[in-house]
Ligand binder design. Sequence first.
Ligand SMILES: Cc1cc2nc3c(=O)[nH]c(=O)nc-3n(C[C@H](O)[C@H](O)[C@H](O)COP(=O)(O)OP(=O)(O)OC[C@H]3O[C@@H](n4cnc5c(N)ncnc54)[C@H](O)[C@@H]3O)c2cc1C
Ligand code: HEM
Length: 493
Amino acid sequence: MFVHLLFFQVPLKPGRSLMDWIRLTKSGKDLTGLKGRLIEVTEDELAKHNTKEDCWICIRGFVYNVTPYMEYHPGGEDELMKAAGTDGTDLFDQVHRWVNYESMLKECLVGRMAVKPVAAPKGMVPEKKVLSASVKDLTPSYDWFQTESLITVVIYTKQKDMNAELVIVDCQDKRLRGEVVVGDQSYLVNVDLDNAVQEDMAVNITEKVGKVEIILKKKDNVHWEKLGQPLESHNTFIKRTDRGLFYRKCKLVSKTEVTHDTKLFCLTLPKSTHLRVPAGQHVYLKQIIAGTEVVKPYTPVLPFLPLDFKEPSHHDGGHIYLMIKIYSHGLFTQALDHLQIGDYISVSSPEGNFKKSQVQSLEDLFLLAAGTGFTPMVKLLDFALAQVSSLRRVKLIFFNKTEDDILWRDQLEQLALKDERFEVQFVLSQPTKDWVGKEGKISSSLLSEFVKRSRKDSKVLICICGPTPFTEQGVQYLKDLGYSQEEIHAFTA
Ligand SMILES: Cc1cc2nc3c(=O)[nH]c(=O)nc-3n(C[C@H](O)[C@H](O)[C@H](O)COP(=O)(O)OP(=O)(O)OC[C@H]3O[C@@H](n4cnc5c(N)ncnc54)[C@H](O)[C@@H]3O)c2cc1C
Ligand code: HEM
């Protein structure tokens, strides 16, 4: 099973899968014990429901009776109990803010909190936070202009190092949503436009002065009185992770086999979307399965591994490529595999805690991947080889069960032949007799053999991604070998 997180998903009892839960919620059973009635819940009342047999949790101002969900929670009963009888918003967000609890727990809704909950709803921020003196100076602002045929929205980010990856723009059904990422913060322009615009849109970024222009084409050459009506969280500057995930529908344009169980999905972004997924970040896909919204994270890759890094590669921004292992009993991946070419699927804006600055000025980059834990390594490899001039060596150590499971083996071998900085090592846990390469699982001795600095005190980064036990053990072995926390990056959700 593939789990990126540094938590263990507990084995659930038979009959307690997500699908079983969805079935129970559709059964018409009274899951709150309130016969569908919604009530106002005081803090005192909430606190009374704090046992496994009677457990209420408040998330973003809404109270749920999670008692029936207890045995179905993939993180286990004890984890869920940490929030019993309290406002679990922060805890929930720390672990899995993408999980679509509103949809999954809609039959468990008890009601609203009577008093204002402590945690602010997503996207809303107490006034003083936005206006605090130190932040105010750096708060981006926006303005707009028009000609006969164009509307230009300008965002002044006040940042010197703006780039296309920090700007996410969507314009659908007259709704313009422009988000700019500034460090850990996000600035949002969100308006219902005064008049209709055409589908295609341009985004210009003047990197040095941090100016972002969104250029829209008017549908009719009329004079606009105003840009439009403000929508939720318009003109706010808040912590990036406090914004709800935003999804747009992308069309599946191709699906190709990578190995016996893994496929490369190519999705096209709408013409009116500007979005780039930076190296090391993931997106969330959302599908409605049996009437319930289900969300899972995936890490975009490139259509193939580039072989030549002399010219800066121009990856076309209009597509998102995902390399996905289809589990025979997997809920989400089975539904994905059943999508037809031309079907649509919701894709979120990117997130992730990897920063490209971790790779800047590196000399040695080691990538430890197991199975589909290879996916974040693809863009990372490309970025490091193409743009990090100090880089001397990149080494990928790729763990799989059998030879048939190795993703993009030919491409990796070709790249190793072509670029002397790159080296790849395959390690198999269940090889056939003919396998002449390395055999085994991740271990201290294997890592001490493969992970070596090219010179004493060289600047090194070791990235690791795979199932939880793989990642946890790997990190421990590396620490035991003397690598510091800053020299190790584990990919998690
Ligand atoms: C940040 C991040 C990035 C990711 N990127 C990628 C990526 O690029 N490509 C990719 O393929 N995956 C990726 N994943 C994994 C992905 O999000 C899903 O977890 C994966 O696709 C499985 O989804 P599923 O619903 O089909 O399977 P699930 O229904 O979750 O089942 C997966 C397997 O586990 C078994 N199983 C399910 N529940 C249990 C249980 N309780 N006990 C024992 N066994 C169980 C199932 O039978 C099945 O074999 C990523 C995960 C994270 C956190
Ligand atoms: C607020 C307290 C909660 C805590 C501390 C908590 C903790 C956890 C942990 C540790 C995991 C395992 C990590 C993983 O493998 O994904 C997990 C998984 C999960 N939890 Fe929770 N949880 C909480 C509340 C909830 C609630 C209210 C829901 C309601 C739907 C929920 C739904 C899920 C789901 C769907 C997963 C599986 C995620 C995936 O792998 O796709 N959790 N949780």
